[in-house]
Write a protein that binds this ligand. Structure first.
Ligand code: ACM
Length: 501
């Protein structure tokens, strides 16, 4: 299929050109049943600023219209699939579920001239939609963007803007790496400020910030209204120094630690006493109340075992449980949380270190140290989300002229060429690959501008990898469509990296 002139990203599964075109006018109504009122209002609010058209919402229209339709027959396209048809008479977006309709409305925005993304009236534009029939559904159910707001805090407005951009790309999971902030709790468990000079080298600029519980509710609801699930990450038993600094009794020694001011892995990890499990479960209670996501990310990565080796309490725990080594102790910890989450109807997901010492029965693995963890988990019948450093870590350079102090380079072409299903998996095992996601670790992204520069357009490329059928993947065609797409991003004030042709 070659439809470069349409410049849709991600490219739909099936596109058939039709004669004619639909002319959006001031008198055009949006026809929608009451059940789709919210989706209709969202579409109206998206089309109104640049056109200036009032776009009334009605349940029954005569004459040219935009129609939103719930159609159970389209259940064959899944929860997120949709059909969009445009002719001189109407643009009709039909889907079995609201999520599909939302994706259809994003396609409609991209079918209009890029000026549709402006936030004030643009005169003298023909707001025309080409005659077309599109049937579309995603290849993967997990199409994610991870954002670390612990290393450098990102304000709520930045998070909201990011969510809008994910929706534009039909990405549907926002993995919010909250650890080391923690301050969205009412009685903030961390103080993410640097108070003392350190011997270590670091930028010297303080960074701090927090979200209130109401901020979190706002973001979660905002995302949900746009078809995006927010998956929170609360790290344990490693990467937990912020909590241990606030509550030393959660650690393995009596030492009082400072909140970490340097990047990397801390030796200081959670202890394994009942008090720690109770604390973690209390935190997770609050997390579950705020995040309706089925999946809850518990981190699980980079947990050094030295303190457990030296701690009489940890060694006694291992003996009591009959565990052979500290890897099994980590596995026991994670399994406790897995069981706790399962009892509450949720599912545990963690970085691939959770495989070490034995995978908890209900766990889903996020494979970051390459794909081996994901392959092993899928072969053992566990679900997997692919997040390998190559090429989904977007904190790595994307061109020769960047000098990010993190080794390796992941170019736009690398991302576009990525295949989330490893060839080591047979068809049944491959079904366990839920999808993939791009990682934005913010050690070297001090502000939203830098974060956007690293994210875009690599996330645009990844959106096509995850949404579009494998057969439609065509790098040259993508590069052509990207030209128009970058104009959209420019209008949206996204500080993207401009790839060389
Ligand atoms: C990770 O990069 N430690 C998941």
């Amino acid at each position: 299929m070659s439809t470069p002139t349409l410049s849709l990203i991600p490219i739909p599964a099936r596109v058939t050109p039709r004669p004619g075109a639909f002319a959006l006018a001031a008198s055009t109504p949006i026809e929608a049943p009451d059940a789709l009122r919210a989706q209709a209002e969202l579409l109206r609010d998206q089309l109104r600023p640049a056109t200036g058209f009032p776009l009334r919402i009605v349940t029954n229209a005569s004459g040219p219209r935009i129609a939103l339709v719930l159609d159970e027959a389209l259940a064959r396209l899944g929860d997120e699939g949709y059909r969009l048809t445009a002719s001189a008479d109407a643009v009709a977006i039909a889907a079995a579920r609201p999520a599909g309709l939302l994706h259809g409305t994003q396609t409609l925005r991209q079918l209009l001239p890029p000026a549709i993304f402006r936030r004030a009236v643009v005169p003298n534009v023909a707001w025309s939609v080409p005659g077309i029939e599109i049937e579309d559904a995603p290849r993967f159910s997990w199409r994610g963007s991870h954002l670390d707001v612990g290393r450098h805090f990102m304000p709520k407005t930045t998070v909201i803007k990011h969510i809008d951009l994910l929706a534009l790309h039909k990405l549907n999971v926002f993995h919010w790496h909250l650890t080391e902030v923690g301050a969205w709790r009412k009685d903030s468990m961390v103080a993410p400020r640097t108070r003392e000079a350190s011997q270590r080298k670091f930028s010297g600029s303080p960074h701090a910030g927090f979200y209130t519980q109401d901020d979190v509710r706002e973001v979660v609801r905002y995302a949900m209204d746009r078809g995006i699930t927010v998956v929170p990450e609360i790290e344990m038993p490693g990467h937990a120094l912020a909590a241990i600094a606030a509550y030393p009794e959660l650690g393995n020694t009596k030492a009082q630690h400072e909140v970490q001011t340097y990047w990397g892995i801390s030796e200081h990890v959670f202890g394994v006493g009942d008090n720690v499990l109770t604390f973690v479960e209390n935190v997770l209670d609050e997390v579950l109340a705020l995040f309706p996501s089925k999946f809850i990310h518990i981190g699980g990565d980079e947990c050094p075992k030295r303190e457990w080796k030296e701690s009489p309490a940890a060694q006694a725990r291992m003996k009591e449980l009959g565990l052979r080594d500290e890897e099994e102790l980590q596995s026991w910890f994670v399994t406790r949380i897995d069981t706790w989450l399962a009892k509450r109807g949720r599912r545990l997901i963690g970085w691939d270190e959770i495989l070490e010492g034995g995978l908890a029965p209900g766990a889903t693995v996020m494979s970051w140290r390459g794909e081996n963890g994901g392959i092993a988990a899928a072969k053992a019948g566990h679900d997997v989300v692919m997040a390998p450093e190559k090429p989904t870590y977007f904190d790595h350079d994307q061109s020769e002229d960047q000098v990010v102090p993190i080794r390796g380079m992941n170019t736009l072409a690398d991302v576009y060429a990525y295949e989330p299903v490893p060839k080591e998996l047979n068809a049944a095992e491959a079904k366990h690959v839920l999808g993939a996601q791009g990682q934005l670790w913010t050690e070297y992204m001090p502000d939203p501008q830098r974060m956007e520069y690293m994210a875009w357009p690599r996330l645009s490329a990844l959106s096509e990898v995850l949404w579009s059928p494998r057969e439609t993947r065509d790098a040259a065609n993508f590069a052509q469509r990207l030209e128009t797409h970058l104009e959209r991003l420019r209008i949206l004030d996204v500080n993207f990296y401009r790839p060389r042709r």
